[in-house]
Design a protein around this ligand. Sequence first.
Ligand code: UD1
Ligand code: MG
Length: 455
Amino acid sequence: MSERNLAVVILAAGKGTRMKSDLPKVLHPVAGKPMLWHVQASVASLSPEETIVVVAPGMTDVEAAAAPSRCAVQAKPLGTGHAVAAAREALQPLLSLVETDVLVVFGDTPLLTGDTLRRMVDARSEPAAPDIVGLAFRPDDPAHYGRVILDAAGRIEKIVEFADADSAQRRIDLCNAGIVIGSGRRLFDLIERLGSDNAQGEYYLTDIFGLAHEEGRPAGVVECPAEEVLGVNSRADLALVESVMQDRLRRRAMAEGATLIDPSTVWLSADTRLGRDVTVHPSVCFGPGVSIGDRVEIRSFSHLEGAKVADGAVLGPFARLRPGARVGEDAHVGNFVEIKNAELGTGAKANHLSYIGDASVGAAANIGAGTITCNYDGFAKHHTAIGAGAFIGSNTALVAPVSVGPGALVGAGSTITRDVPGDALAVERSEQKNRDGLAARLREERRAAKKSKAG
Ligand code: UD1
Ligand code: MG
């Protein structure tokens, strides 16, 4: 197989009107990351020479998200064919090389896999390969997708947009995924000749197929599973795509050796990493940036994001790990414990009702129920350092910046504002007074008062 140069054009300039959103469509997240990044990741698996993202004027947030891919601006949203033409100038240096293929993908189909794209590239490398190849699929409900009409030889005769299709054409179940690969020169020659005399008054990329057939150089077709090319045009589509993506991620996590007791209730991010023999109980949510070591147990209703958890740790139920949380080997984080930008050392325990923020907790330290690191003074965040083997009594407030040395003991209910040396005992609370018999006397007085009122 001869390898050609490859350039990719990702279309993302559409208005996305049907999303009814202030956020550009391709930035809506799926599994915690923008749709565009999913498409870019699949494209990157082909190692193309160049990837150009086509955006609309003023879409600076899409441009920022697209980096390091370069962007080209489509001045007006005049259709998918017009959008590809907007990338021509940026591709010019590569197009002057005869062997450059151009692959066009949509920014709104985040389930597309690198494998399918690879099949498109391969379809161009076969002997006597057609100079254009389109991607098609057979969905259960062809809905508003463009319909692909094949000729007797199985090549594409034309693609008809749903809005332009007659009732016989609408009964065809082979649909256009929108993805096209072709010799760059040929593709842009055809695009240059597109017109906009159709129901939507747009320059349809799909019309290149009819033109190619008329010239006796018809395009080939590759079919892929319908699930991969679900296009997101509405919030309902977004939810459907999310559920397919979640299923994929769950299957990957299990294939890599994690037990998900009730997979359908576990929500994963695209970058979630679970080690071997991890057990995830029902109803756990993994936000972006979570990495879990081996043999970790994560109990129900825990919420994690931006956190790293080492081997053998136990989390939850109801644990919350926020960005910068680092939980050491065999450490325990129990119910209603929140950890942010803080490290819990090997074997350390924070089992109940605590906030540990901007802190370091040494190995085997024990954080009592209700302990709070008071990290914020209304102006800035401050650090709390707790040494190895320290014991913090229940309901302690540690007013940062402050440190508790290794092996120190802090009495329950203390508000610690000064550093506690290692191995010291610190208690900060008012002295307890016991008045012998006073409770009984008060009870007696009250009973007597009640009696005299009733009489
Ligand atoms: C398109 C196809 C349709 C196919 C479907 C698959 C055309 C004419 N139609 O329809 O045959 O079945 O995708 O999902 O190609 N875009 C631009 N500039 C524009 C218009 C669109 O960049 O002027 C981008 C959009 O941001 C989007 C992609 O192109 O990423 C597809 O546009 P969209 O409007 O969603 O096309 P569909 O109606 O879904
Ligand atoms: Mg679409």
